[in-house]
Design a protein. Structure first.
Length: 184
């Protein structure tokens, strides 16, 4: 369920298309489209609410990994990185919905290209804190190309985004969560 916007704003053709025909995963949420950002015409953003109960507070799921002294991520030792896949759990009704798995989602994932990044396994952890969540999809591709690839593979063009971001603002105490993935 997605609210449609009348004005395409300043989006590129591909982004404008994705704004009105969003990625498949958003079928499982109530997604409210944000207006186009003036300086970033390839970015399409949605604020998320629960499809089931329309609640706007989520717990964020992932696989926390504590960084060793030497790590490949250039992060401070002891800091915690949240590995994918990610899901969101509605605080009100406890619905649990996948939001991003790099092995399946985005350009490479949708086309079945191998993902070389790290993913969690075993059980994930769901944040104790509650968050308002928005997601960002980037389309650095011409709409023609997007349509051509999508139709060859029977995919939704908006699923072929080349980068994904998740931004979670804490409702209670806690630190914001920012997740960014290159998908192509
Ligand atoms: Zn809910």
């Amino acid at each position: 369920m997605t609210d449609k916007l009348d004005e395409p704003g300043d989006w590129s053709e591909a982004a404008a298309f994705a704004a009105s025909n969003p990625p498949s995963v958003l079928d499982n949420f109530k997604a409210r489209l944000r207006p186009a950002e003036e300086l970033d015409t390839v970015l399409v953003q949605f604020d998320l609410a629960c499809r089931n109960c329309e609640g706007e507070a989520f717990h964020v799921g992932g696989y926390p990994k504590s960084m060793a002294e030497e790590n490949d991520y250039g992060l401070a030792p002891g800091s915690v990185l949240l590995l994918p896949p990610h899901r969101l759990v509605c605080v009100s009704c406890r619905s649990s919905v996948p939001i991003f798995d790099p092995r399946r989602d985005g350009y490479d994932g949708a086309l079945g290209n191998e993902y070389f990044g790290e993913v969690g396994d075993g059980g994930d952890e769901v944040s104790a804190g509650q968050f308002k969540v928005s997601v960002s999809y980037f389309y650095n591709v011409e709409l023609d190309e997007l349509n051509e690839i999508a139709s060859e593979d029977g995919l939704r063009p908006a699923d072929l985004y080349d980068a994904f971001g998740l931004s979670a603002e804490p409702i209670d105490d806690g630190e914001p969560i920012e997740l960014d993935y290159e998908c192509a």
